[in-house]
Ligand binder design. Sequence first.
Ligand code: ACM
Ligand code: ZN
Length: 672
Amino acid sequence: MKVRILFFLLLCLSVRLGVRGQRPCLLPMPRSVEWGRGTFRTDRPFAVVNGAGREGEPLLRFFAGDAVREGAARRVEIYRREVGPSPEAYRLDIGPDTLRVYAAGRLGLLRAAQTLAQLRGRKGLACVRVDDAPEMAWRGLMIDVSRHFFPLTFLERQIDLMARCKLNRLQLHLTDAAGWRMEIKRYPLLTQVGAWRTEASWKTWWNEGGRRYASPRTPGAYGGYYTQEELRRLVAYAEARGVTVVPEIEMPAHSEEVLTAYPELSCTHEPYRQADFCPGNEETFVFLENVLREVMEVFPSVYIHLGGDEAGKASWRECPLCRAKAQELGLDSTDGLQDYLMARMGGYLAQHGRQMAGWDEAASTQLPAGAVITVWRGRDEAARAVGAGQQVVLCPGSHCYLDFYQDAPPSQPEAIGGFTPASKVYAFDPAGFLPDSLAHGLLGVQGNLWTEYVATPSHAEYMLYPRAWALAEVGWTGRRRGTWTDFRRRAVDYARQLRREVELEAFDLRGERGERPEALHAVEHLGRGAAVTYALPYHPRYAAAGDAALTDGLRGGWSHGDGRWQGFIRGRRLDVTLDLGRVVEVRSVACDFLQSVGAEIYFPSSFRVSLSADGETFTEVHNAPFLPHSDPRPAVRTEQWKSRPRRARYVRVEATPDARGGWVFADEVVVR
Ligand code: ACM
Ligand code: ZN
């Protein structure tokens, strides 16, 4: 008997857990969720009472396939009512007999429909009360369609996937050296010359292929572009789902394709020579205005992104037109022409009722009011932009670059470098990125998918998800968000659901390997805390913990930018001497090196260890060549000298750079 009661109790418990386990997966998590009991059955008759007119259409569409019957006693009621400070705010009140939706207008009703879609089960909608609104107005994805070209159907699918998780801005990186992707009627060579290249793989084209453009009829030519008609269709598709497409046209740099099609717009007038427009030439502005006029005709977005990143500006220094322009403007140097160009083009957009967006190099006090800066570098750049009067969308490389490895590189397809697992994206704290005094400047967050190493739609989706979901929740919930453990559980559920519904092949968090194990705990050794003398300095950008970096017990992980690896650039040997404080017995000396080919970080060609008791006379105990490592994915190798004990106080470690130059990245010198 007792056994039977116990069995019954266990059965009850498992049924309860089962019910809870079957709760719909909400992502992003709404501001407030109060679960009720039961289901609003959509397979039994109900009436829809739409008090929101045309704005209620997303909900009418949502219920279109259900048992809607005019006059039925059970009702869906749609109300147009202010429920929060954001136009995306909405409220749902779902009981077994009545389902009420409230929002101020179409956007809020759309977001409500997106939550209803997540609540839908086999028979209907779980009873619940949801009060919801986003913390941040701009929750974006940027997709680079220049480095590799993606079909329109892929972009439509991403808009669907974005809308499901309430991402609302799609920045399209339409132009770059690797290909111009938008039809411009006035300048047909942009696509005739600039949309096709000689190699399909960006990596081959960039590194070995000579970076040549081609005709679409050239055998093996790779490329493509969107017609204005296609882009209009895309904009309408996105608009219907509450997503704004923000086009990006790069200037003054990243424009090799333009300056090969129209070389007269560069400083030297030679094709294949320049990446930067000539800002000293009025024709440049005529061209850019004409292009932007067509861009504005196609894209109704208030924001038009003008790029602005990574201008080399070298040709400006030698160019008579640029020098004369800088002098006329009273600038100290031709470098200041970047601010002039961005402000002038931002002003052109403002005259047409639009606002400019730009990467953080474009920030300046000269920009027209209302400009938005997408901050891809760091906190200083974010603060500088807000200080200059701009609003910022944060997409720093540290947390928001979705082209970086999302798991241990040896287990992943080749990527550009870095290491940004979904948990790191989820840990991004936008509010903490700016000082409190500049908090008013925070507009939102964005994930950037650059596609140098991403050639196919399925690979792009693998890189985007689940990290884009993590970012969607960061932007929607801000500091209200819950734990990674809870998000991870929902993301796994959500991935399972989307695999079933739309065959999405997201990265599988269940098989995640994670950070390099050695980086997860400190290492004790004889050299920990030892003073280090540098015969040659490390680079300030990759100083890590400065003079303490190599002996602080903390080892670098998969990312060269994780603040632990110390970088030595361009032919600089690693040449350091540790002072252990007193003569001790030394049996081994090891050092970790990182190779990350995409970042031009290579394993050194040799590793040398010398010991000394007095700091004057050193005895070389180890000098071995590094075996080459041809896998392009980041790898860490520990080089080591090991032998019978030797008495020493000073340990000298040297590493010679690879013949390709680039960087040497080293961390912890472990002495035992
Ligand atoms: C960028 O990554 N150059 C914006
Ligand atoms: Zn010039």
